[in-house]
Design a protein around this ligand. Sequence first.
Ligand code: GLN
Length: 206
Amino acid sequence: METDKAAKQEETMKIAVLALQGAFIEHERMLERLGAEAFEIRQKKDMEREFDGLILPGGESTVMGKLMRDLGMFEELKNRIEDSLPVFGTCAGLILLAKEVEQGKTQLATMSIRARRNAYGRQLGSFHTEEEFSGIGVIPMTFIRAPYIAEVFDDTEILARAGDHIVAARQKNQLVCAFHPELDQDTRVHRYFLEMIRASKGMIAG
Ligand code: GLN
């Protein structure tokens, strides 16, 4: 029992979730289900805590971008991501990371993708589907006024498509989904992110 506890404690990962607006609580629940510790970043001083990875949730990218600037967090977040902090952006979080944004403003601009905001129009504002995610299998995908990835650049790897569109991708320490894995019961995409972090730590240590 004690050994189990010690082992668990040793590998408990601390994940910061940007909690300025949007669907951040659902990410925290998902992380807790996977045995990781989640805490919220609401102001600049919350970033003084140590953490292994960061989640940028869904919501409204323009509002989150403005709040990050107003609260003086923008530069530090951008620098830490560029400095290889593992980051997972869902929906609006994907837009925040994109170096190019259609129908919207670029924000952190750290990832070599072009995002198309509100890409599905009004009729298809929200929908649910199931598609293959590279290395994971078929997963549920819930889209809410979602973007898609119109193009990937440099070494960005495509991880999933839905219909004709790219909906998940990775570039080194950055993972993005146009859908909301935190709103379904399937934990595999979050598990993939935690594995990404573990692998990057292993590389640093090795
Ligand atoms: N439409 C939102 C935006 O442009 C994203 C929607 C979402 O995160 N569910 O930021």
